[in-house]
Design a binder for this molecule. Structure first.
Ligand code: NAD
Length: 521
């Protein structure tokens, strides 16, 4: 059956185009279930990436506001912790229903602020919604263990919430990544302070409204805004016990180090350079469609985008097929019905991506398809870069070493699958890698030998569904990837394990004073 679900529209008005907004309103904080105006003097302008019109101004929340969010969460925790698991589950069920009912509205906000196409924005919401749906099964997921370990003695282990926890989110999935934390952190009994990306907080604000409507008590979810100042506040606030971070290496490595030094749990998913390895026995058309979709979809601004194509043997001759498909993609504003590729998040990103393409040319690579300077007629002021394909790339070039995070596919060729695997493993990132082949033997060789955390076999973007966990590797995660997002490890991250050993015996006469370590034999 098709997974597409008919999308109900909501009564609430929301943007459906890139038209200039007459009087953009400022983004508020969300504290104690209220949307509160910020008193700050520091505002961050947020522009529609397709037009660069002002959409809203996001506050650099003041210290008092950040403190108010923490106090609200601390105050809410005892009652929330004591709320029955069934009552929490019921709230998450309602939250899921409301996300579904507001799917269109969430997606439209994402298209307006982040730039991705409306269809893709719906996928962003769906992948987060699936995490919330899975969290509805908490009553069977959070059970502990009990064992009778000796006569009249049993040991039980169970999980308790940590208290106040925080999430710091990136710009590229404004609904999905907040939803990696909101349902799991709260259903396990914690109070969450979420800092969305200052570049597109709109979807998180709608999620806050829906959480309130679903019955989340005051303080269980608070949202604060800002850049590094807000992050530093979170890192140094003693009552915040755990931090979930998704974003770049430069921010994430700093956050992991400072957060850990302050005694907090930190889970941190970072940057990527994902390789697609194309073998000569692959289903050519299916593989090229998959690779082009995963390289240029979301304008390459996905942490699991396939940004490197490794052609093995004769598949280097298949590049005209890649170019033809890439040329077919329509680059335009995300609200345009036929748009396949939207703009980049900012003018700075556009410059950075175009400079990396130029550096490739200067370092001796060949630009087979050049998207620099692309301007859709209707959106001359947007941050667009057209699909770009670079060949004759070598491992020392900046375009290969750096995460480009734009619609750019760099191509390298090898003679054998062994060489391809060595090449992928030599890269310091380890988020995802895909192989395209009809051979089970070669797929199995690839799967066993690749060091990336998420492998696709004829699957271009193998992001695990929420019953599994997002398992990056190497430089794509901080701390060796011990704490991964969602799935069983996600539940473990947000809970403290407690183990109780108890002895209940009518007469204690059998027990003598024991000064050696008890072995309970
Ligand atoms: P970013 O690191 O610039 O921002 C992420 C968050 O960190 C934001 O909330 C931002 O306010 C904060 N931040 C940024 N710089 C900071 C600093 N110097 N000090 C303290 N806080 C800081 O990332 P981005 O550009 O929003 O997102 C894109 C990056 O995220 C890419 O590298 C992408 O690969 C990565 N990403 C990874 C995954 C994954 O699961 N591995 C998923 C999505 C995105």
């Amino acid at each position: 059956p098709s997974l597409s679900v008919s999308l109900p529209s909501t009564a609430t008005e929301f943007p459906r185009s890139h038209q200039q907004i007459a009087n953009p309103s400022n983004t508020t904080n969300f504290i104690d279930n209220e949307f509160v105006k910020s008193n700050t003097a520091e505002w961050i302008d947020l522009h529609d990436p397709a037009t660069n019109y002002l959409v809203t101004r996001v506050p650099q929340s003041t210290n008092e506001e950040l403190r108010a969010a923490v106090e609200s969460a601390q105050k809410a925790f005892p009652a929330w912790r004591a709320t029955s698991i069934i009552a929490k589950q019921y709230i998450i069920f309602k939250f899921v229903g409301l996300i579904r009912a507001n799917w269109d509205r969430l997606a439209a906000t994402i298209t307006l602020e982040q730039g991705k196409t409306l269809k893709d924005a719906r996928g962003d919401v769906l992948r987060g919604l699936q995490v919330a749906e899975t969290a509805c099964g908490i009553t069977t997921q959070l059970t502990g263990e009990v064992l009778e370990v000796a006569r009249d003695m049993e040991t039980r282990s169970y999980r308790e919430p940590l208290g106040v926890v925080a999430a710091i989110c990136p710009f590229n999935f404004p609904a999905m990544i907040p939803l990696w934390s909101i349902p799991i952190a709260t259903v396990t009994g914690n109070c969450l302070i979420l800092k969305p990306s200052e570049r597109d907080p709109g979807a998180a604000m709608i999620l806050a409204e829906l959480a309130r409507e679903a019955g989340f008590p005051k303080g269980v979810l608070n949202i604060i805004h800002g850049g590094p100042k807000t992050v530093n506040f979170i890192l140094d606030e003693p009552s915040i016990k755990a931090i979930s971070f998704v974003g770049s290496n430069s921010a994430g490595e700093y956050i992991y180090t400072r957060g850990s030094a302050n005694g907090k749990r930190v889970q941190a998913n970072l940057g990527a350079k994902n390789h697609a390895v194309l073998l000569p026995d692959a289903d050519k058309n299916a593989a090229l469609d998959a690779i082009v979709g995963a390289a240029f979809g979301a304008a390459g601004q996905r942490c699991m985008a396939l940004s490197v194509l490794v052609t093995v043997g004769e598949t280097s001759e298949w590049l005209p097929g890649v170019i033809a498909r890439a040329k077919d993609l329509i680059v335009s504003g995300g609200f345009e019905k036929d748009s396949d590729v939207g703009p980049l998040i900012s003018a700075q990103s556009k410059n950075r991506v175009e400079n990396l393409i130029t550096s490739a040319q200067e370092e001796g690579a060949e630009i087979l398809l050049d998207g620099r300077g692309y301007k859709p007629a209707k959106y001359p002021n947007g941050n667009f870069v057209g699909p770009t394909v670079i060949t004759n790339v070598t491992q020392n070039m900046a375009c290969y070493r750096e995460e480009i995070f734009g619609p750019v596919l760099v191509c390298i060729s090898t003679q054998t699958v062994e060489e391809a695997v060595q090449l992928v493993n030599a890269n310091e990132y380890g988020n995802g890698a895909s192989v395209f082949t009809r051979s089970g033997t070669l797929a199995s060789y690839f799967q066993r030998n690749i060091e990336a955390g998420q492998i696709g076999i004829n699957v271009p973007i193998p992001v695990p569904l929420p019953m599994f966990s997002f398992t990056g590797n190497k430089k794509s995660v901080a701390g060796g990837g011990v704490s991964t997002f969602y799935g069983k490890p996600g539940l473990n991250f947000y809970t403290q394990q407690k183990t109780v050993t108890s002895l209940w015996r009518e007469e204690s006469s059998g027990l003598k004073k024991q000064v050696v370590m008890p072995a309970h034999l």
